[in-house]
Design a protein around this ligand. Structure first.
Ligand SMILES: Cc1cc2nc3c(=O)[nH]c(=O)nc-3n(C[C@H](O)[C@H](O)[C@H](O)COP(=O)(O)OP(=O)(O)OC[C@H]3O[C@@H](n4cnc5c(N)ncnc54)[C@H](O)[C@@H]3O)c2cc1C
Ligand SMILES: Cc1cc2nc3c(=O)[nH]c(=O)nc-3n(C[C@H](O)[C@H](O)[C@H](O)COP(=O)(O)O)c2cc1C
Length: 781
């Protein structure tokens, strides 16, 4: 085959040499605009796993790289005058120049033609090629030429960064953070050869501008950075590599993905590789890794399917299908890490103490979990757990190991939860006349014995017409109050869990079936419907019942109904009350612009839309005992254009905080049937994180939190204060006890009646764990 690689970066060179190795008869040319041994950039990083991959495919290159690379294990944080260091992270750093020199030399040795100082204008410059590799980097001309085929999606991010170098040497991958009068700067620092270190400085656009760096020349920029990081640099200079466009200038990161990776131009097949087809933010340092792994995968496909021109279409199809998935996974992790650095200043650096800041930084990509950190550096994690437990109020003798963050207590007002797990409210549709009965006693009683710090009873309604279905519980009369009291007393007598009530009014989503009845959830009852209330006369489903827009009289009545229920809840002995302002129900229908189209004082701006929910909240706070907590559940994202956004959610949280709310329970969606949520593990936790750290109010994270590792990571990183777990508790009332046993947390107290089951479960899990093969590689943090 005749192969041309446009661009002699890691992707083009490595693919060239691998294919030449596969069959020396291939005629391979790499065309590069730069001179030989001339390139931009300082050091690049990749993982031990990439090195091992390279060892398999070309041992000679891998061996030369091995001699030239720097391997290091530790990550060090310099923050607020402190240094925090943790080990076991395993990186390989090498100078970009050095890497390219090794690849160039190997290409020459194998007979790959290298054509330097040649600017390629088009793939049409190579009419007799069978295969053209567009390895021409992030600004790929070839990708731009066939943009209508490749359909690139290019997102330019707000932070500015500059890629510098220094001769100050570091023995750890170091992150340092400095605050100026305009905001935060951070530096990502890693040594890559015997006397040079990469020093990337990053800051939000507005901070960069406020310092006038948008008008600064290179020398001024360097002088600024040297002054800012003077403590860290210890008299060393920063250096630029400005001869090259991407060498050293203040850049914005561009995240690139492409729908299609290859194209037949009428003569040759053209395929994108490396940065030309995807980019990964340097926050997890994986661009070179991806480029190298692209080259390996394409070679693997030629090896497996046949390296002849006829097999090219099939090979390219398989290459795209396989690489896309891996690349996407890494891009997602890189995206999380990038967002962390974009928001780090006000959201984390201003809020978190160094210990927790370090934890948050190490888990920024959300690929590294709590238990994974334990594998990397047990001593550091145990030290962190002790710090966290003490900050949570535990006083531990030195010989007693600290519990994982999930099992630390949490106090709000006069209520202390024994741990950070709560059973999320879940409608059971199993009442008659709003009266909870034996079913609820068993349901909530079992979950209270299952280890969670608190169980939250399902949405309970202040009046019959506030119910979602005829099976929903109520709290509008003394019989209901007494029925609830029986359950609350049972929970208090037989467990050390607390019990909360969630008060809510179904509003436009009322008078419907239980999910298993008739036409299913959200659809009107076949008969016996009642009139509905909402902020505006808009049905939830297109063909659903139309509610009446509330009048001021309706508002007074409903507010007073809520207050009556609150008093009953206090009399029933509940420990905690939650006001339901989420999921498109009555109060939520006021908050979202999708469901509130009023033109009076209760519609329009967010302040206006919040007016009635805040009025109800204030009345509840007044009626609910001062010493007991009151939380608010909100939909932090409507997942519909024009609806509530996570930005709005921060404002909503601030408003409830000002009104005296203790916590925000951060759910999302169910406000509009048009919603398009992005599901995934812990998918709503980013809302809890933002609200907690931007609005400065404690939060409850909820949604696809299904393992102890999730809870530990969320709580430890300060992304939420409590985790609500719903569906896993339907499958297993003793979810918390089970998860404690799974992670080997044996001090977990069990109900005395169940103790015989504890040791058995712990032993079985320990045995299972011992049989598991530990993953060989660690993902870079
Ligand atoms: C600040 C920063 C830090 C980074 N840190 C890391 C890191 O730590 N680890 C890591 O793995 N990656 C890192 N990267 C990313 C890494 O540099 C790229 O992902 C990687 O080099 C991609 O390889 P490539 O071969 O696809 O593209 P490139 O390395 O960009 O190579 C493309 C080549 O094509 C040439 N070229 C382009 N157009 C033409 C043309 N028309 N004619 C002829 N030649 C052409 C260019 O001169 C260049 O040599 C970092 C990037 C930046 C910006
Ligand atoms: C059967 C069921 C009933 C629910 N009922 C309520 C409810 O009454 N009030 C509420 O705020 N959320 C309710 N939810 C939402 C859950 O509390 C929780 O937010 C959601 O299920 C996501 O958590 P998970 O992924 O742990 O299940 C319900 C969820 C389920 C599965």
């Amino acid at each position: 085959m005749k192969i041309v690689c446009i661009g002699g970066g890691p992707a083009g060179l490595y693919f060239g040499l691998l294919m030449k190795q596969l069959d020396p008869h291939h005629d391979i040319t790499v065309v590069e605009r730069n001179k030989p041994y001339d390139t931009f950039g300082w050091g690049v990083v990749f993982s031990d796993q990439t090195m091992d991959n390279m060892r398999q495919w070309d041992p000679a290159t891998a061996a030369t790289i091995q001699q030239a690379f720097n391997h290091w294990d530790d990550i060090e944080l310099k923050f607020k005058g402190r240094s925090v260091r943790s080990g076991g992270h395993g990186f390989v750093g090498i100078g970009r120049k050095k890497l390219l020199n090794i690849l160039q030399a190997r290409c020459e040795e194998l007979g790959v033609k290298l054509q330097f100082e040649t600017e390629v204008e088009s793939d049409a410059d190579f009419p007799d090629a069978d295969l053209v590799i567009a390895s021409d980097g992030i600004n790929s001309k070839i990708r731009n030429k066939y943009a209508s085929v490749f359909k690139p999606d290019i997102v330019t991010r707000p932070n500015r960064f500059i890629w510098l170098g220094t001769h100050r040497l570091y023995d750890a991958f170091t992150f340092t953070f400095e605050k100026t009068e305009h905001g935060w700067f951070q530096a990502h620092i890693y040594k890559f050869d015997a006397d040079t270190t990469t020093y990337i400085v990053e800051t939000p656009e507005q901070v960069w501008k406020a310092h006038g760096l948008d008008h600064a020349g290179m020398d001024e920029s360097i002088a600024f950075c040297e002054k800012l990081f003077a403590d860290d640099l210890q008299g060393h200079k920063l250096m630029t590599n400005a001869r090259h466009l991407r060498g050293s200038a203040w850049l914005n990161f561009q995240r690139i993905t492409c729908e299609q990776w290859s194209h037949f131009n009428g003569r040759a097949h053209v395929v994108l590789m490396g940065d030309a087809v995807h980019t990964a933010h340097f926050a997890i340092g994986s661009g070179t890794k991806l480029a190298i792994e692209d080259a390996i995968e394409l070679t693997r496909q030629f090896k497996e399917l046949g390296d002849t021109a006829e097999r090219i279409p099939e090979v390219l199809q398989r290459y795209q299908a396989l690489r896309r998935v891996d690349v996407l996974r890494l891009q997602n992790a890189a995206w999380n890490a990038m967002e962390w650095f974009e928001n780090v200043g006000e959201r984390y650096a201003d809020q978190l103490p160094p210990e927790q800041f370090m934890y948050s930084m190490l888990t920024r990509s959300q690929r590294i979990s709590h238990e994974n950190l334990r594998l990397r550096d047990k001593a550091w994690l145990e030290g962190f757990e002790r710090w966290f437990a003490e900050a949570a109020g535990l006083q531990l003798p030195a010989h007693v190991p600290a519990p994982p963050p999930m099992f630390t207590p949490y106090t709000v007002r006069s209520v202390t939860l024994k741990n950070r797990v709560i059973v999320s409210p879940m409608a059971q549709y199993s009442c008659v006349d709003g009266l909870p009965g034996d079913y609820h006693l068993v349901h909530l009683g079992a979950r209270a014995m299952g280890g969670a710090g608190m169980v939250v009873a399902e949405m309970t309604c202040p009046t019959p017409d506030a119910r979602i279905t005829p099976g929903c519980p109520g709290l509008w009369n003394e019989a209901q109050r007494d029925a609830w009291k029986r359950i609350v007393d049972h929970v208090h007598a037989h467990s050390d869990a607390k019990i909360a009530l969630q008060l809510g009014h179904a509003g436009p989503k009322g008078s419907t079936n239980a999910p298993w009845d008739a036409t299913g959830a959200d659809h009107p009852l076949p008969e016996g419907n009642w009139p509905l209330l909402a902020a505006s006369a808009l049905p939830y489903l297109e063909d659903g019942a139309i509610p009446r827009a509330m009048t001021r009289d309706d508002m007074d009545r409903v507010r007073d109904d809520f207050v009556r229920s609150t008093r009953y809840a206090a009399e029933a002995g509940f420990d905690w009350l939650e006001l339901h302002c989420a999921h498109g129900y009555l109060l939520s229908s006021f908050i979202s612009p999708l469901t509130n189209q009023r033109s009076d004082d209760y519609g329009g701006s967010l302040d206006n839309r919040l007016r009635y929910p805040l009025e109800v909240f204030a009345a509840l706070r007044e009626a609910w005992p001062e010493h007991l907590p009151l939380s608010v559940r909100i939909s932090a994202h409507d997942w519909v254009d024009g609806g509530i956004t996570p930005d709005d959610a921060v404002q909503i949280a601030r408003a409830f905080k000002a009104a005296g709310a203790d916590m925000i329970d951060c759910s999302s969606g169910q406000v509009s049937a048009l919603q398009k949520p992005t599901y995934g593990r812990m998918y709503q936790t980013p809302f809890a994180d933002r609200i907690r750290n931007e609005a400065g109010i404690a939060t409850i994270a909820v949604g696809a939190i299904s393992e102890a590792d999730h809870v530990n990571s969320i709580i430890a990183a300060g992304r939420a204060d409590l985790c609500a777990v719903a569906r896993p508790h339907l499958a297993n009332p003793a979810w918390t006890l089970t998860e404690a046993a799974k992670i080997g947390y044996t001090p977990m107290p069990w109900p005395k009646q169940y103790l015989a089951g504890k040791t058995q479960m712990e032993t079985l899990f320990a045995r299972e764990k011992a049989q598991q093969v530990q993953p060989q590689y660690k993902e870079p943090a």
